[in-house]
Design a protein around this ligand. Structure first.
Ligand code: MN
Ligand code: MN
Length: 269
C-alpha cells in the first residue's frame, strides 16, 4: 500500500501503476487476489487498466487504489484514495474517518447494523452520501466476497461478528446520488464453472481462470501474453460469459457522475 501510494502522481499512466504494484506483490511473496483496481473520479470500482484502456493522471483526480493480496488463498483486501497533486481532499477525510470509527466498533458479538450505522452517520456528518449498493464483506479462503455483507447505510442486519472471522470494512463516499451503475466493457472476470466451449482460446482462458488464478478475479490484461489477438481474446471472453463459465465484473460508476472516495481495511475479528 505504501509503495502504491507513492506511484499515484500527475502524468503517470494507470497501466504502469497497476503493473508495478502487481510486480511488488510478487516480490513480497504474495499473489494478487484480484487485479489492482484503479478507479478515477466518478468510477467507483472494478476498473483495471489495459493496453487499450489506459489513462494518464491529471491534477485533482480522485484515484481509488484497491489492492487484494492472497497467500495460500488467505486474502487481504485494502483500499485508499489519493487526490492527485494534493495532500488530501475533504471527501477522502470523511471516508477515512468513517472507516476508522467503524473499525473501532469491530469485536465479537457486534451486529453488522451497528457498524453500518456508525459509517453512515460519520459520512453524513461531513456533508457527503455513503454509496448504498457497495458494501463491506466477509473473506474466506479463495473467496473475495463472503458473508456477512456490511452495508454503508443503516439497515436491519442482526448478524453478529464472530471471533476469528476475516472481514473487510469498505466505505464508499460520494457527493452524487449514492448509487453505482454497471458500465461496459468489463475488464475483470472470474471462473464460475466448467462449460464446453468451441474456441481453443476460450478453453485456454477457462483453464487459466481455474488453475493459474485459483478461481479468483483476474484481468483481461493478464491474458494478453497467452492470446495475442485482441479480437480472439474478446470473442472468447464473450463466449465464456454467455455460457456461464465466467462471471464478468462490469465497471461501476456513480449514477449521477458524482466524485467517489473509498477506504477499506481487512481485519480479523
Ligand atoms: Mn477492495
Ligand atoms: Mn472489498
Amino acid at each position: 500500500m505504501e509503495y502504491a501510494r507513492k506511484l499515484v502522481r500527475k502524468e503517470r499512466s494507470l497501466l504502469v501503476i497497476a503493473e508495478e504494484v502487481e510486480k511488488k506483490i510478487a516480490e513480497l511473496g504474495g499473489k494478487p487476489a484480484f487485479p489492482v483496481n484503479l478507479s478515477v473520479n466518478e468510477v467507483a470500482a472494478h476498473f483495471t487498466p489495459d493496453v487499450d484502456r489506459d489513462y494518464e493522471l491529471k491534477e485533482g483526480d480522485l484515484v481509488k487504489v484497491d489492492v487484494g493480496i492472497h497467500v495460500d488463498g488467505y486474502i487481504c483486501d485494502r483500499a485508499f484514495t489519493v487526490c492527485v497533486g494534493k495532500s488530501t481532499h475533504p471527501m477522502i477525510k470523511a471516508c477515512e474517518n468513517a472507516l476508522k470509527k467503524a473499525l473501532k466498533k469491530v469485536k465479537p458479538g457486534v451486529k453488522v447494523c451497528e457498524i453500518s450505522e456508525v459509517v453512515e452517520e460519520e459520512v453524513r456528518k461531513n456533508g457527503y452520501v455513503p454509496i448504498i449498493n457497495l458494501c463491506g464483506h466477509g473473506l474466506e479462503r479463495y473467496k473475495t466476497h463472503a458473508e456477512p455483507t456490511i452495508p454503508n447505510v443503516k439497515n436491519n442486519i442482526t448478524y453478529e461478528l464472530k471471533e476469528g472471522e476475516a472481514i473487510a470494512i469498505e466505505v464508499f463516499v460520494t457527493d452524487g446520488s449514492g448509487w453505482v451503475k454497471e458500465s461496459r466493457p468489463s475488464l475483470i472476470f472470474r471462473f464460475l464453472e466448467e462449460k464446453f466451449t468451441r474456441s481453443p482460446e476460450a478453453r485456454k482462458i477457462l483453464s487459466l481462470a481455474k488453475e493459474e488464478f485459483n478461481g479468483l478475479p483476474f484481468a483481461k490484461r493478464w491474458l494478453r501474453k497467452h492470446i495475442q489477438s485482441n479480437l480472439k481474446l474478446e470473442l472468447a471472453l464473450k463466449e465464456l460469459v454467455e455460457v456461464g463459465a465466467l462471471k464478468e465484473y462490469p465497471i461501476l460508476k456513480e449514477e449521477s457522475s458524482g466524485l467517489v472516495a473509498q477506504a477499506e481495511e481487512t481485519v480479523i475479528v
